[in-house]
Structure formats: C-alpha cells, structure tokens
Ligand binder design. Structure first.
Ligand code: AHG
Ligand code: MN
Ligand code: MN
Ligand code: MN
Length: 332
C-alpha cells in the first residue's frame, strides 16, 4: 500500500511539488517555486550540455575560478543560466557559486531563500561526453527579509538546509532532491519536456560492494585509508570512479557503495567544497539511509567558516562507512 503522501511513478515534477506543498500546510509556495526554477535551469543546461560539441561550447575559457581551477566554457554558462533562473524567480535573495568568489546579490531582498551551488560538476568530463551534474543547496535566510543578505545566510551549517539536490546529465537526465523528508528522483522525458517521478522514496542498500576514489592518488592518502582500500580489494569489491562527484554519488546511492575523497598532498583539506558539494550530498545521503563523514565527524556537523572551504569526504552505504571508520579510528 502506498503511503498517503506517496505518488505514483510517472507523476510530473511540477504536480509532485504542488501536491507536496498542499500536504504540508506551512508551505507558502516560495520553496515550491524555487525548486521549479532550479528544475527549469536544469533543462536549459541539459540542452547546452547535449549540443555543446556542435555550438563551440567545449573547451576552456582561458580563465580561472577562485579555486585556481581553469574554467570550462560550460562552467561559465551553467553559472550564468542558474543565476538568471534564480534571479528571475524572485524567491532567492543571494547565491554562492563555485565559480564566483563573493556572494551574488540577486537584488530580490524580499526573497526568503539563499542557494549555494556547483553549477557544473565534473568539469574534466565535459569534453568527452561523460556524465556531469549540477548540485544545489537551499537555506532560509537568517538576515531580516528586506535587508541585504550577507555571508551569515550561507554559514548556517549543514543541518539548516531546507532542501538539497542535484541534476545528473547522464545517459538520461535526472533530478534528485529532498526537502528533508524522502529523497525522490525525476527522470527527464525529452519528448514531453517534463521530469517524471521515476524513483520514489529512494533508500540506499545497507551495504554494497563498490568503492569509488581516484586511486591514482593512493600513495598520498593517509596509511589507514590505504589499508581500507586494501580491505576493499581483499573483499573483491568493484572499483568504479567516473570523476564526476554527482555521477559517482548517484551510482553508489542506487547500488550501494562508498565514495572517498581523502586529503592529498595537493589538497591537504580534501578537494571537495563543503557548502555546494559535501553538505547537499550529505543531506540527501542521510535522508536516503547513507552516512557521510569527513573522517572525524558527520559532514552535516562540520562548522562552516568560509564560502569555499574544502573538506575530506567519505559518503555511502552505512555499513561501508562504518568499516572505513573502523580503519580510521581503530578502538573507538
Ligand atoms: P568541479 O568539476 O565542480 O570542479 O568538481 C570536480 C570534483 C568532482 O566532480 C570530482 O568528483 C572530483 O573533482 C574529481 O577529482 P579528481 O580529478 O582529483 O579525481
Ligand atoms: Mn571546478
Ligand atoms: Mn564539483
Ligand atoms: Mn563545478
């Protein structure tokens, strides 16, 4: 029997969002509209991604972002598209993006929400037709409505997210999000231009047999992480690593696995960014039954202090994360 709030597979995303809104009496509709804006921006990026090779959208911009990474053309375009969609919608007063150093003021000071985003995740895969994604994280602002938003609105901590999600531009395009209850996935149907509910109330398997990390960095990992990888190999686990966090996370979420991005010599704090990579995926992960840790504490418990701070990330099936922790902190 279906849960009273559950909806059948095939429901459109718009209808789903509207029905959820009426089910939760507190909702004023702004968050619903914001989620629809994100979904729409996702459709536009999806279009650009699909024809990138035809319209000279592959390759680098020749510029660097605040992280010192070379920006790809699609990084820049996705950033512009999302900013535009979120600004036009009116619900968002400020944005932070991987591609911009400072907070982006939309001018909608009446807006109740702020959004942290990785407009395009998996840059190195853009030019080679491999899956890439978008990650977003939504907070209710803490500064007074009507005033100019500040970075305090973004440095609230992972538990304060009101919604988080990602769009994966893969062999099909799929939007996965949660507002803190269940995690649901909507596959984009090109023929009708709509996202349709394809995976209701996603739950990850309790354990799995996939491990995902950039094993080229193995010698740079802490010896205990290396020992855990040896354990994975002794168990005959399967190695799968795409190099797009969104895609690696999504596969492991569905199949059961663990994703690791430990500190390396090049990135002693880890490579992934807390506010628009680790927090949103950890928020989804926990709602789907996964665990997410930086090796010391739950990712959602990490204290935020910088818009672009990095963190080690270990995320996946709970039994696998526990086994990793047993290696990292023997005796605890
Ligand atoms: P982004 O493309 O948004 O900068 O993110 C890159 C991240 C993530 O997508 C991916 O999982 C990871 O970098 C891959 O890093 P390595 O190439 O070091 O494995
Ligand atoms: Mn980047
Ligand atoms: Mn990324
Ligand atoms: Mn990115």
């Amino acid at each position: 029997t279906l849960h009273p709030l559950a909806q059948p597979v095939g429901t459109t995303l718009d209808r789903y969002i509207m029905q959820r809104q009426s089910a939760f009496a507190y909702a004023t509709g702004e968050l619903s509209q914001l989620l629809r804006d994100v979904a729409l921006a996702g459709k536009i990026i999806n279009r650009e991604v699909n024809r990138a090779g035809l319209i000279d959208l592959t390759g680098g911009m020749g510029s660097e972002n605040v992280q010192g990474e070379s920006q790809q053309k699609l990084d820049v375009i996705a950033n512009i598209r999302f900013k535009r969609a979120l600004t036009n919608g009116g619900e968002v007063c400020a944005i932070i993006s991987e591609e911009e150093e400072d907070i982006i003021l939309t001018g909608n000071n009446q807006g109740k929400y702020v959004v942290a985003m990785d407009p395009l995740d998996g840059s190195s895969n853009i030019d080679v037709n491999v899956s890439i994604g978008t990650i977003f994280s939504i907070y209710r602002r803490v500064t007074p409505i009507g005033s100019q938003p500040t970075i305090d609105d973004f440095l609230q901590g992972g538990h304060e997210q009101v919604a988080a999600g990602y769009i994966l531009y893969g062999s099909s395009t799929i939007m996965v999000y949660t507002t803190g209850h269940s995690v649901n996935a909507f596959t984009y149907d090109y023929s009708i231009g709509e996202y349709l509910l394809s995976h209701a109330d996603l739950r990850t398997p309790a354990t799995g047999t996939i491990y995902s990390c950039n094993e080229g960095n193995r010698n740079q990992y802490d010896i205990r992480v290396q020992e855990y990888l040896t354990h994975c190999q002794q168990q005959h686990y399967t190695a799968r690593y795409i190099g797009s966090l969104v895609a690696d996370f999504h596969r492991n979420l569905l199949k059961g696995g663990i994703y690791l991005y430990p500190p390396t010599t090049k990135n002693p704090q880890g490579k992934l960014r807390l506010l628009y990579e680790a927090y949103p995926l950890a928020f989804i992960a926990e709602r789907a039954g996964c665990r997410a840790t930086d090796g010391q504490q739950s990712v959602l418990d990490i204290e935020p202090h910088d818009l672009h701070q990095r963190t080690p990330l270990y995320i996946g099936a709970p039994a696998m994360v526990q086994s990793l922790m047993d290696h990292l902190q023997p005796g605890l």
